[in-house]
Design a protein around this ligand. Structure first.
Ligand code: AP5
Ligand code: MG
Length: 188
């Protein structure tokens, strides 16, 4: 069995992280860990977490670091995350989450963090076309603001640790996939 691959994917809301993660799972056999998908599943199941998270997500705000760190810690302790590795999508989004991730992973070093780079106008158009529950104009604006104020510093945090690689996220899905495969292959 091949060695586990451990990745983080960054990118503005609507950059295509979820879209490309499907292809990364096929190619590298890693587990796709999307905190947004986990929260939406909790909302649908009307769990205690889901009931709490719904209003926060609808407004485009961030769920608290303590809650998010707990969810990710549990998920990364599962067998598949240890044996096949993972691609984290939507986490870490704050410096506090990045520090928690380092602590959660311990000796399981990350291979890299990919920044899927797509301009503001393009991500806005993609989200308006998609129409998820939190794709309202106000929530989109808020999510993009929080990306700049909370998540941009996390990119710098990864760059300072020589883990960040930026990939152009404009083009067809297949073109972007090829760029991602090349960027990741260079790191594993
Ligand atoms: P989350 O689910 O992470 O949403 P997001 O950050 O808004 O990112 P998206 O899922 O919208 O974008 P994506 O990059 O996956 O794009 P996609 O592939 O869908 O988080 C939702 C909420 O949960 C947050 O706002 C927050 O409240 C909470 N949350 C989650 N994690 C948290 C955390 N760690 N801490 C605190 N709170 C947290 O693509 C977008 C569209 O573009 C699709 O329609 C797609 O078909 C299309 N598309 C994809 N690729 C292309 C292409 N190449 N060309 C044209 N269109 C394309
Ligand atoms: Mg997504």
């Amino acid at each position: 069995m091949s060695n586990p691959i451990r990745l983080v994917i960054f990118g503005r809301q609507g950059a295509g992280k979820g879209t490309q993660c499907v292809r990364l799972v096929e190619r590298f056999g890693v587990a796709h860990i999307s905190t947004g998908d986990m929260l939406r599943a909790a909302v649908t199941a009307e769990t205690e977490l889901g009931l709490k998270a719904k209003a926060v997500m609808d407004a485009g705000n961030l769920v608290g670091d303590d809650i998010m760190n707990g969810i990710v810690r549990e998920r990364l302790d599962e067998d598949d995350a240890n044996t096949t590795g993972f691609v984290l999508d939507g986490f870490p989004r704050t410096i506090a989450q990045a520090e928690a991730l380092t602590q959660i992973l311990g000796t399981r070093a990350l291979h890299g963090a990919v920044n899927l780079d797509v301009p503001l106008e393009e991500v806005t158009a993609r989200m308006m076309a998609r129409g998820r529950a939190d794709d309202t104009p106000d929530a989109i604006t808020r999510r993009l603001e929080l990306y700049e104020s909370e998540t941009r510093p996390v990119l710098e945090w990864f760059a300072a640790r020589d883990l960040l690689v930026t990939v152009d996220g404009l083009g067809t899905e297949a073109e972007i996939t090829e760029r991602l495969f090349a960027a990741i292959a260079a790191r594993v």
